[in-house]
Design a protein around this ligand. Structure first.
Ligand SMILES: [Zn+2]
Ligand SMILES: [Zn+2]
Length: 391
């Protein structure tokens, strides 16, 4: 591995930031202490700091030389509503909140890269360091964009990085095209006539209708989508009724659907609509359908080819050719960096977090970001900047 000694020298400090953020996890749009830590370190490094986009968003701006070229590097700051089950010293001290997706590590790696670049330069142009809130379910990237992110900070290209437990330590994985699926939610409410449980014929049983719908929805992927296309429809919640001997007047079915193509995404939505209406009609009840009631729905994360080639070059320079997988299987997980990739060409790369015992899957109460990879991630960012904005 070819990591610059000055970046290796930042390892202890990156680990300190990472553990500080891990111990004090903050969820969507409440990342105040995290943003404070980031701004303090950026300012200390002499980097221009802007705040206020999407409530807690932070953007650092670093200019060198005379070139008009510019790139944006993005890290996410938010934690999840998960009760941490680790017992090490830096475990979460906020009840019910936890950095179970490694965004603490993403912040530390980007901060490390920013400090290094501020001190040593090595590029010609402008680097925007984007620290965004609310990646998990709340589309913080979308909010920063709608509040003027790219008008205020007109980067030509955008780059993102996420740790991935399935990828070994010291390795990267990245490809052109789809990396992560689109992410949509649905909420279906059946309305009927409540009745005594002993006299179902005097009302409409919305619970039986909900049960039918759940099984019907399974046929969308198996019978409507081309088997060569990837798609998922998952029902994740069913709510209705509150006692033993009465049938309720409403039932709610909630879930999510994912795919890698716009056309498939539309087919899934249409399938959910049609089956819901037909079940409602068959049972003589009324259905309300809401799509994405809490966020705008995440698009497919699609890497553009030129920027992906550049990301691969940087990863190979740091990790070596045989440690960069350029044909990973895309994940059905989703990522709101997709909104940035809709605006600008760019690339989203996975850095291996390893899958040894402590490094379990993302969103697991035992997960912890692997501090060993901090210099590797920071070195990738630095190399990418040097390649993208050559002196
Ligand atoms: Zn996550
Ligand atoms: Zn994440």
């Amino acid at each position: 591995m070819a990591i610059n000694p000055e970046i290796l020298a930042l390892h202890a400090e990156m680990q300190r930031w990472r553990r500080q953020i891990h111990q004090h996890p903050e969820t969507a749009f409440e990342e105040d202490a995290t943003a404070q830590l980031i701004m303090q370190q950026l300012r200390q490094a002499g980097i221009e700091v802007h705040q206020g986009l999407a409530e807690t968003g932070v953007v650092g701006v670093l200019r060198r030389g005379r070139s008009n070229n510019s790139i944006a590097l993005r890290a996410d700051m938010d934690a999840l509503y998960i009760q941490e089950q680790n017992s090490f010293a830096h475990a979460s001290c906020h009840q019910g909140k936890m950095h179970a997706c490694g965004h603490d590590g993403h912040c530390a790696m980007l901060l490390g890269a920013a400090c290094h670049l501020a001190k040593h330069g090595g590029f010609d142009g402008t680097v925007y360091f984007i620290f965004q809130p609310a990646e998990e379910c709340r589309a913080g990237a979308h909010q920063m964009i709608s509040e003027g992110l790219f008008e205020q900070f007109p980067a030509q290209r955008v780059f993102g990085m996420h740790n991935f437990p399935d990828v070994p330590v010291g390795h990267f994985a990245v490809k052109t095209g789809p990396m992560m699926a689109s992410f949509d939610c649905f909420e279906i409410t059946f309305h009927g006539q409540a009745t005594h449980a002993a006299m179902p014929h005097l009302g409409n049983d919305v619970l039986v209708a909900a049960a039918h719908l759940v099984t019907q929805l399974q046929t969308i992927v198996s019978r409507r989508i081309d088997p060569a296309d990837a798609a998922v429809v998952s029902v994740t919640q069913i709510h209705g009724g509150n006692t033993w001997n009465a049938l309720p007047d409403s039932a709610v079915v909630r879930g999510t659907f994912r795919s890698f193509k716009k056309a498939v995404r539309e087919q899934l939505e249409q399938g959910i609509r049609q089956l819901t209406q037909s079940v409602a009609q068959g049972f003589g009840i009324h259905a309300d359908i809401l799509f994405n009631p809490e966020n705008p729905g995440y698009p497919v994360t699609i890497n553009s080819s030129v920027e992906t080639a550049s990301a691969i070059r940087a990863a190979v320079a740091i990790a070596g050719e045989h440690r960069v997988n350029t044909a990973p299987i895309p994940s059905m997980g989703a990522e709101d960096f997709a909104f940035m990739l809709e605006q600008k060409p760019g690339c989203y790369i996975w850095i291996g977090n390893g899958n040894s015992s402590g490094n379990c899957l993302l969103h697991n109460p035992h997960y912890d970001f692997n501090d060993e990879i901090l210099p590797l991630g920071a070195a990738y960012w630095v190399k990418l900047v040097e390649n993208e904005l050559p002196k």
